[in-house]
Every structure is written in C-alpha cells, then in structure tokens.
Design a binder for this molecule. Sequence first.
Ligand SMILES: [Ca+2]
Length: 109
Amino acid sequence: MSNKRYKNDFHKLADLNNDRNITEQELAHYEKLVELENEDNKASAQRKMAWFSLFGMIFYPFVVVIADVIGLQNTPTVLADIAPTYFVSVAAIVAAFYGKEAYVSKKGK
Ligand SMILES: [Ca+2]
C-alpha cells in the first residue's frame, strides 16, 4: 500500500465526524479498532493452523496406505518412522490452541 493511500485510509477510518481533524479521542478509537482487527486476524490464523494440523493428523495414516498401494517402496516405512514425532508435534499445536482458547474464554468471564 502506498503512503498516500495509507494516509487516506487512515483519515477515512480515524476521522469519525469528518471534520478533517483527528482528535486524541478519535485516535484512541482508531488504535482500538486496529488492535481488535489484528487480534481477529491472529485468532483466525491460529484457528486455521489448528485445523490444518488436525487434518494432517487424520489423513496421515491414509497417506501411508496410499503410498503403499501405489507401490512406493520406502515411503510407508519413512512415514511410519517419523509418525511418533509428527503426532506429538501436532498434538502439541492442537493442545496449545485449545488450551489458549479455554484460558482466554475463562479469563474473559
Ligand atoms: Ca474528527
């Protein structure tokens, strides 16, 4: 985004009463808006990562079977060798995500 466009977008969003003057209150409101938007984007990214990890965990055995069925000789063995590390890592990601969600929802009440 160019600097001029950024300034225009900033003025459109921050100047609540359109008087072309951004007060301290409007700036604080804008900062809160940006903060909430960033939090929302962060939560979306973490949720996508957790779902991606879960799908990887679910489909991992199928990948081993498919590799065996299509005749890849070493792939099922290699996948089986890295499975313990993979499952522990993915379980840690998923547990961290749901743990954080539970902590945040409990803290919010
Ligand atoms: Ca204003």
